[in-house]
Design a protein around this ligand. Structure first.
Ligand code: GLC
Length: 570
């Protein structure tokens, strides 16, 4: 690692680590039932370690009836049958630690499954000791104040429950009742459960919709101008949210050397430090949603905006968030996950001509920004959107229930299906493409969701392993570049070209060391001149995803379509 005289205060493993997210259902099946499992992950640990990543974030693997693929948990302390056993989990965790990999689990405590023993009890009667583990609106108070729901066919977050003559709250599906964080007993249950996993050796949590935890239990009416789908800002940042996070930190997190990253829809940049300023003792990082909303319909995070998106806006989001954490706190840098389409299809270009450069350009971007980079499985080989044609091919409750909603309202179903080709979460959930054998080496059975046919051609691990300049091998090289230069991790970020819609150019500097990063988001060759104030003798090429001359002593650059270049300025 290069050394610099300027002191970097507060080095942390989770700042220097690179995260690799696994959607277990789609990673590797070993039982032949068409669903990925923990034994499959164990089988692929050497591959994961070979990438150079440090931290694995695993989507939920707990017992679940799978209304929302594991985000509806029926037992927080056991493993989903389809994924294996607790013994498999222990072997997997040891296998990760033996290879120097850390494990971050998903913590889903805004809601549980309605099949969780707490809810089964809670719905029996108002006197049941578990009743107040959930949010209820007694029917004698009339119809509850409007609350919208993400996955409910009727868009209603309240469900009437006759045993108790009350409505329970579910921001997501009716099988995902919201937990009542007002209740200190519930909070202790959650902290005990977190401790259970930490004592097993788990290295952290990604916290599902953490910004929604706190609700005003009087459920005041929504603001007059609230519209369906634009409810996120209303649900985020409830009155006691920071009190809960602070308590969670005090009660559990502070006892372990672990990493926390909250999923934080609705959290704005001016609120950022309230979550991650060290002194506040809450979280280490969170995922904001500004980028995820960039190409979406205003207020509707799962619908495309026909106007598309502009690179200047993309740069502004990353630059503004970088500035928010320039002195305190720490950011998380991501382009994709299990809720959004594949990054090369969304932010790059997945046409035959540009796919390879686009995928590697995006790798270069994530690995040269300040903040912890998060990669989603398959991005390392440039996996693309599957773009289903029919509703029958979808598996995601989000798409299926919206379809039902539109059908019931006699809406335009074809327009919806066209939109889902780009917007759907299932684009990101197709199985990992390991090789060119049947089912891409994912399963010997029938996959739970279709596999992208392009595994037969160039998008598989096996094919890219043997090709020296593949997307996969570039990913590995680029990881080495980041890891051998502290400047790329901690150095100051400076945007060089605010309004250029084709090239994203920035520097990263620490003490006397300086890197220049040039990224093309264009399908044509582009010319770029560096601002005069950037002084250097020559630019030494560190890495590029395309052919370029090595060193430059002048300030004019030509970039091929989707070319990425990292220079050191000397
Ligand atoms: C988060 C998860 C998503 C899930 C939802 C409800 O947004 O990332 O997959 O459907 O929460 O738990």
């Amino acid at each position: 690692m290069s050394s610099t005289s300027q002191e970097i205060t507060d080095r942390k493993w989770w700042k220097e680590g690179i995260v690799y997210q696994i959607y277990p259902r789609s990673f590797q099946d070993t039982s032949g039932n068409g669903i990925g499992d923990l034994r499959g992950i164990i089988q692929r640990l050497d591959y994961i370690a070979s990438l150079g990543v440090d931290i694995i974030w695993l989507n939920p693997v707990y017992a679940s009836p799978n209304d929302d693929n594991g985000y509806d948990i029926s037992d927080y302390r056991s493993i989903m049958d389809e994924f294996g056993t607790m013994e498999d989990f222990n072997v997997m965790l040891k296998g990760m630690h033996d290879r120097g990999l850390k494990l971050v689990m998903d913590l889903v405590v805004n809601h549980s499954s309605d099949e969780h023993h707490w809810f089964k009890e809670a719905r029996k009667s108002r006197e049941n000791p578990y009743h107040h583990y959930y949010h209820w609106w007694p029917a004698e108070k009339g119809t509850p104040p409007k609350r919208w729901s993400y996955f409910d066919v009727e868009h209603d977050a309240w469900n009437y429950e006759k045993n108790t003559n009350a409505y329970y709250l579910h921001y997501f599906s009716e099988k995902q009742p919201d937990l009542n964080w007002e209740n200190p007993k519930l909070r202790q249950e959650v902290y005990d459960m977190m401790r259970f996993w930490f004592e097993k050796g788990v290295d952290g949590f990604r916290m599902d919709v953490i910004s929604f935890l706190s609700k005003d239990p009087s459920f005041p009416g929504l603001p007059e101008d609230s519209v369906p789908d634009d409810f996120i800002s209303v649900y985020a940042n409830g009155p006691r949210l920071h009190e809960y996070l602070n308590e969670m930190n005090r009660e559990v997190l502070s006892d372990f050397d672990v990493m926390t990253v909250g999923e934080a829809p609705g959290v704005t940049i001016d609120q950022a430090l309230d979550f991650v300023d060290d002194d506040r003792k809450e979280l280490n990082m969170f995922f904001h949603f500004d980028l995820m909303a960039l190409d979406r319909f205003p207020g509707e995070v799962f619908k495309m905006n026909p106007d598309g998106w502009e690179l200047s806006a993309f740069k502004k989001i990353f630059s503004d968030w970088d500035a928010a954490f320039s002195k305190k706190g720490w950011g998380s840098i991501y382009l994709s996950n299990h809720d959004f389409p594949r990054s090369v299809s969304r932010w790059g270009n997945d046409s035959d001509a540009h796919w390879k450069n686009a995928a590697t350009m995006l790798h270069t971007f994530l690995l040269t920004m300040r903040g912890t980079p998060y990669f989603y499985y398959g991005d390392e080989i440039g996996m693309t959107n599957i773009r289903f044609d029919t509703i029958e091919e979808y598996r995601d409750i989000n798409t299926i229930n919206k379809y039902k909603q539109i059908k019931a309202a006699n809406g335009d179903l074809q327009a919806f299906l066209d939109d889902q080709k780009d917007a759907s979460r299932d684009n990101a959930r197709t199985p990992m493409q390991w090789d060119t054998s049947v089912n891409a080496g994912f399963t010997t059975g029938t996959s739970w969701i279709s596999i992208n046919n392009n595994y037969k051609d160039r998008i598989s691990v096996a094919v890219q392993e043997i090709e020296e300049h593949s997307v996969l091998n570039y990913f590995r090289k680029m990881i080495k570049v980041r890891k051998s230069n502290l400047t790329l991790i901690y150095g100051t970020y400076q945007l060089l070209n605010v309004s250029n819609e084709n090239i994203y150019a920035y520097t990263r500097s620490l003490d006397k060391e300086r890197f220049l990063i040039l990224l093309s988001f264009s399908t044509s060759t582009e010319h770029f001149s560096l601002p005069k104030e950037i002084n250097y003798n020559y630019a030494k090429k560190i890495i590029s995803n395309d052919l370029i001359a090595d060193d430059k002593t002048y300030k004019e650059f030509m970039l091929k379509p989707y070319q990425a270049i990292v220079y050191q300025l000397l």
